[in-house]
Design a binder for this molecule. Sequence first.
Ligand SMILES: [Zn+2]
Ligand SMILES: [Zn+2]
Length: 156
Amino acid sequence: MTETRPCPCNPNRALHDCCGRYHLGALASSAQALMRARYSAYATQHIEFIKSTSLPAQQAHLDMAAIAQWSQNSQWLGLEVIAETLAQDQRHATVEFIAHWQDEHGRQQHQETSLFIKPAERWFFYDPTAPLRAERNAPCPCASGLKFKKCCAPYF
Ligand SMILES: [Zn+2]
Ligand SMILES: [Zn+2]
């Protein structure tokens, strides 16, 4: 039954054929795919996925209890991806989106442009509420192995 239910990010696709694959461990092929999978993870209470797809250096700062509560107490109504932009270095991307949900205050929508970083083979979400900093010549906090100034400095 659960295999054929529609994906929270796109009612025209089945969950198992869309974001469900990423929740089970497949690598998101793009920042947009990860953005969609994170939205669907909120909708299906895959809270561990929210943590594991946040930039590793930021994971300890996440308020997992608040994330779990928001996930459980909301009805997830849909996601619109407006634009995806891949930087020339192929390691940074932004996704502009509108998320829709309903909570005890009624229908909510939130528009944001999120930053995603691919230090190696996987994309991660950058949480702007817990900003990372480094000396320009220090190793980048995203763990790409590059100096901060050659990696994320222009984005943080
Ligand atoms: Zn999906
Ligand atoms: Zn970096």
